[in-house]
Design a protein around this ligand. Structure first.
Ligand code: HSE
Length: 382
């Protein structure tokens, strides 16, 4: 199979390395013939080009693998690749989360495959496992640590008592963070991954906008100290449930108990749990970010297409409703405590309190009123 690779950054260069090293009979059968790069200085190999059409219009290329990131021009390139009769593989969750409907429609028209294992959970075989699970079961819910950057920051802050800014810098240097790390620390990266996981787990497309999201940008050492003293560890958790065709999903920092399966998932590792009829609870753990783990997932998709193991299970025709609220007990630290008087269950410090079980919609309205740009909120596992 001849492959055109779009993008030669952290993930793309990992894909090139795994395939060029040709370490197994499967990878030997793959051949990258052209690579799209952004800048002149990246033209280090005769396969490199700065013109995407050299790849998209090449009749000899069977699969286009996109590892560019960002919505445009990736979306336009992949639509063109499908129209030109190529299968596509992508690691780009943001682009796929906002363009899934049109890309799947085009793929359906052309009889081509879209695979996106690397978009979610890095090297973990999460998407393909959901596909296998659904051959037998109905998936009812999933929850997980979907972001390597924030898990790295939270683990290192807790262990080393170092600042958020220092740990973010480390995560960027290790190649875990998005080009704009706001997507990681504000929870949007997890939101895209939860949306794509809903697509695979529940067989339907929900809008990412319908998923409430809170990130860890304002977490402080004080918040982590309270969690630690009270038997908790902070994790950024994405979750979703499909109950009676009503999908509710959420992205929140959560204080999980130290005995929780997720409490000891550290550094760039991700862990995702699915629940379904006969399989019950099943947890997948592995490196959720980084060049070679993520490239591994891209190459697995390429091999599946090459060997005809399409594994397509994206039946996206189901109708559903969406519940965008989320009820829970929340820890809130704010300089504007009085705004929250009606929902304070118990004060835990001068500036922090716990709610009773309340609606996130209600809390969000109060957060908007408080207009406190250093406020931190986390759900507390009971
Ligand atoms: N920035 C992402 C993360 C990369 O940290 O998880 C992998 O999707």
């Amino acid at each position: 199979m001849k492959i055109g690779l779009l993008g030669h950054g952290v993930v793309g260069s990992g894909v090139r390395k795994i395939i060029d090293d040709a370490g197994t009979p499967y990878t030997k059968d793959l051949q990258i013939t052209k690579i799209l790069v952004k800048d002149e200085w990246e033209m280090t190999d005769e396969r490199m080009t700065m013109n995407a059409d050299d790849i998209l219009d090449d009749p000899d290329i069977d699969i286009v693998a996109e590892c560019m990131g960002g919505i445009e021009p990736a979306r336009t390139f992949l639509l063109k690749a499908l129209k030109n009769g190529k299968h596509i593989v992508t690691s780009n969750k943001k682009m796929l989360a906002v363009s899934a409907a049109e890309l799947f429609e085009e793929a359906g028209k052309q009889g081509k495959t879209i695979r996106y294992e690397a978009s979610c959970g890095g090297g973990i075989p999460w998407m393909s496992s959901l596909c296998r699970t659904r051959r037998i079961d109905t998936v009812t819910s999933f929850r997980g640590i979907f972001n390597g950057t924030t898990n790295y920051i939270l683990s290192r802050m807790a262990d080393e008592k170092k600042s958020f800014a220092q740990m973010l810098k480390e995560a960027q240097e290790l190649g875990y963070a998005e080009r704009d790390p706001s997507d990681d620390i504000d929870g949007y990266d997890v939101r895209y991954k939860v949306m794509l996981s809903c697509m695979r787990a529940f067989g339907t497309i929900i809008s990412a906008e319908d998923i409430p999201v809170c990130g860890i940008r304002h977490i402080s050492e004080e918040d982590l100290a309270w969690a630690d003293a009270n038997g908790y560890v902070c994790k950024l958790i994405g979750s979703a449930e499909d109950r009676d065709d009503c999908i509710s999903a959420c992205v929140m920092p959560v204080f999980v108990k130290k005995t929780d399966d997720f409490a000891n998932i550290r550094l760039n590792f991700n862990a995702i749990e699915s629940r379904s009829g006969t399989l019950g609870s099943c947890i997948y753990v592995g490196q959720g970010a980084g060049s070679l783990p993520t490239a591994h997932a891209v190459v697995q998709d390429l091999i599946d297409i090459q060997t005809g193991q399409d594994g397509a299970c994206d039946t996206l025709m189901r109708t559903h409703t969406v519940n965008s609220d989320h009820k829970g007990v929340y820890y809130i630290r704010t300089a504007k405590m009085t705004v929250f008087n009606e929902v304070i269950g118990r004060r835990v410090s001068e500036t922090a309190f716990l709610t009773d079980t309340v609606s996130l919609n209600e809390i969000s309205a109060l957060i908007r009123t408080a207009d406190d740009d250093s406020l931190f909120i986390a759900e507390v596992d009971e």
